[in-house]
Unconditional design. Structure first.
Length: 110
């Protein structure tokens, strides 16, 4: 159960980080309103707060988060940007998640 809670927290943290960066991108590159900076700042503040909720502030936790972030970013690319994922995207995220799994498994074993 703790694994599912941690994974859920990783996903929510990744979404907050991506939204916090995507909104300024819309403002700067897509002629969006400067008002987008307010929810962007709130989202990044949420992201920073969510990082404090992770089980431990260690490199291993952040390495595992990084793997989930890559997966969530590709889902974002597909759902929000409407870009079809390539075989290379799927292969890359698979390798990333496998590497994350090795890090997490090794951490539990030590």
């Amino acid at each position: 159960m703790i694994l599912l809670k941690t994974l859920g927290l990783f996903i929510v943290t990744a979404v907050a980080e991506i939204v916090g960066c995507y909104l300024p991108y819309l403002w700067l590159r897509k002629d969006g309103s400067a008002w987008l900076l307010i929810p962007a700042a709130l989202s990044l503040a949420l992201f920073a707060w969510l990082l404090t909720l992770h089980p431990a502030a260690s490199g291993r936790i952040y390495a595992a988060y990084g793997g989930v972030y890559v997966a969530v970013a590709l889902v974002w690319l597909w759902l929000v940007d409407g870009v079809a994922l390539t075989t290379w995207d799927v292969a890359g995220v698979s390798i990333t998640l496998a590497g994350m799994g090795v890090i997490v498994w090794g951490g539990w074993q030590s």
